[in-house]
Design a protein around this ligand. Structure first.
Ligand code: AMP
Length: 177
């Protein structure tokens, strides 16, 4: 855990002043730390009957695809609006100013399939919440949500647990925004 955390680089004032951007590219470039990150997710989700890994555009795809490969299960992308070519359903989520949408192919998950939803980081939880709604609309069963990083001061994981009864597992936490 501390090895993974120590490899995440913080870039102040990106993408705007006041934001501390938690950059996973410095983790991904380190083969041992990258392997360890994926190994922690694999250990947690193997032998749990997971049938699909659902991951969020775009940084969620990195660990999500590696986890799906290691578990030997399908990978499902949740993408930003307008990127998926087939028939989709869509969910809005709040941005600091305005709203955006995430989408999933309607045939990506079968009723009753057990899934894990992954992103790189949970802050307010808005992006994960929209993805939870998409999976639930397709009648998938969400085993857990998983991120590399949690920003607990923003309360996203607690809110998701309270609202949906779904646990959010994160490898490490950073204080602040
Ligand atoms: P939220 O919907 O508020 O939980 O925000 C989570 C999404 O925004 C994730 O997809 C992250 O990649 C991105 N994000 C939010 N805050 C940060 C941050 N401080 N550093 C890096 N990425 C962030």
């Amino acid at each position: 855990m501390s090895i993974v955390k120590s490899k995440i680089r913080t870039i102040p004032d990106y993408p705007k002043p006041g934001i501390l951007f938690r950059d996973i590219t410095s983790l991904l470039i380190d083969p041992e730390a990258f392997r360890l990150t994926i190994a922690m997710f694999v250990e947690r989700y193997q032998n749990q009957g997971i049938q699909k890994v659902v991951a969020i555009d775009a940084r969620g795809f990195i660990a999500g695809a590696a986890l799906a490969f290691q578990l030997g299960v399908g990978f499902v992308p949740v993408r930003k609006k307008g990127k998926l070519p087939g028939k989709t359903i869509s969910e809005a989520y709040a941005l600091e100013y305005g709203v955006d949408h995430v989408e999933i192919h309607i045939d990506a998950i079968e009723e009753g399939e057990k899934v894990v939803i992954m992103d790189d980081l949970i802050a307010t939880g808005g992006t994960l919440e929209a993805s939870i709604k998409l999976v639930q609309s397709l009648k998938g069963i969400i085993h857990e949500c998983a991120t590399i990083i949690d920003l607990p001061d923003l309360g996203g994981a607690v809110r998701i647990k309270e609202k949906y009864g779904i646990n959010v597992y994160s490898i490490c936490e950073f204080e602040g925004h």
